[in-house]
Write a protein that binds this ligand. Sequence first.
Ligand code: NAI
Ligand code: 13P
Length: 306
Amino acid sequence: MNDFKTIAIVGAGAWGQALARLARDRHHQVKLWSRRGIYPLAEVVEPAEIIISAVSMKGVRSVAQQIQALSLSPHTIFVTATKGLDPEKAETPSQIWQSFFPRHPIVVLAGPNLSKEIQQGLPCATTVASTHLEAAETVQRVLSSPQFRVYTNADPLGVELGGTLKNVLAIAAGACDGLQLGTNAKAALLTRGLTEMIRIGTYWGAQAETFYGLSGLGDMLATCNSPLSRNYQLGYQLAQGKTLDEILAKLEGTAEGANTAGVLIRLASEQNIPIPISYQVNRLLQGEITAREAVTELMLRDIKPE
Ligand SMILES: NC(=O)C1=CN([C@@H]2O[C@H](COP(=O)(O)OP(=O)(O)OC[C@H]3O[C@@H](n4cnc5c(N)ncnc54)[C@H](O)[C@@H]3O)[C@@H](O)[C@H]2O)C=CC1
Ligand SMILES: O=C(CO)COP(=O)(O)O
């Protein structure tokens, strides 16, 4: 069977370009759209059998709106690879895509996928998740290669939240390393961070076991330990005393955790869900506290069972 697809990738940043490389390596016909690029959006997305979105969170709603005005095949599959939460309605990217395209299958793609390593040709794995299993399997077949091992999953919300919530924890991990707090502290931070992700994710309807997979624990291990992660870099530099504005002005690309933290804390406090590490990350980002003070706050919380 000829399984070569016409694929549109919207968002030509670090992740969009890495995904384009993976898809081209599989000999699919790939067109990349960016708001500053040469191709009109219609020319890129209208012929596509699969539309992959790698725009950063702040662009998702407007790009989905622009695509809604175009003429697509009813069978077009959407794949969302963005990791973030919409500040306006607190929706995930896949919920936004689904609201604009209620009849199309939406697949979430997330995992430990640092784009620079992918661009170097290094191997990695990811998860594609959807309530529409056939669509997830199509995307799995289309993107799988000796460099990119793709697993399917039936919990898109869990997969999406894993990728999104760990960005906030990667800021904490960067700060932990920036303060040189040691391996024990880092292990405690990540383990309790995972508990936090599971607590909020399951409250919102995701399955706990999903967070032990590639898009949860897997992506935490990658981003919380790598200077290639922009979120980690952000935390590391905050710990060195730089301001958020100074860091963002020089950071290459998007650190979604900086925006996710505020939405996350707002929702968690409305819903009475304790997420102390993310809470301190948000205070650090707001300039309300230093990284060292955040550590003290976390260490001196009421003692309790694990
Ligand atoms: N770079 C990476 O290693 C990975 C990134 N991601 C996620 O993918 C998303 C994009 O990340 P990167 O490509 O690294 O960021 P980036 O900053 O390199 O690129 C972001 C892209 O979004 C576009 N964009 C932003 N606002 C827009 C708007 N209003 N309208 C149209 N386009 C808009 C930009 O033009 C750019 O092409 C983020 O949510 C990130 O968390 C996920 C996995 C890996
Ligand atoms: O999500 C990522 C890798 O899976 C990329 O992490 P950063 O956005 O922190 O660079």
